[in-house]
Design a protein. Structure first.
Length: 108
């Protein structure tokens, strides 16, 4: 995994305990899950817009924002990002189409 992602995860874990007046990460986490989801959705919509406009520089910028907000939300929900990576590695062993079809069979 990227050293930058690993660094960001550690920084989020550390900053969540700081005052929300000096740490945006702490501010987001203290605002709660629904607020974090709202921010994540806003970042996705900004990325979607830039993808449609095909503005590579802004696509990169908005992707970074989206990843940051996703990592904050995962931390808020106590989901270890390394478990997400493990799941991605597990999926490498099967076809994407097979995996998608298996999910459809297991939907309730």
């Amino acid at each position: 995994m990227s050293a930058n992602i690993n660094f960001l995860i550690k920084k989020i874990k550390k900053n969540k305990f700081k005052s929300s007046r000096i740490s945006y990460t702490s501010f987001l986490i203290k605002k709660g899950t629904f607020f974090c989801l709202k921010k994540l959705n806003e970042e996705f919509l900004e990325l979607k817009k830039e993808l449609l406009l095909n503005n590579k520089k802004k696509i990169i910028y908005e992707t970074a924002d989206l990843i940051y907000h996703l990592l904050v939300l995962l931390e808020k929900k106590k989901v270890n990002f390394f478990d997400v990576i493990k799941e991605l590695k597990r999926r490498q062993k099967i076809s994407g189409l097979v995996e998608k079809n298996n999910r459809k069979k297991n939907v309730r």
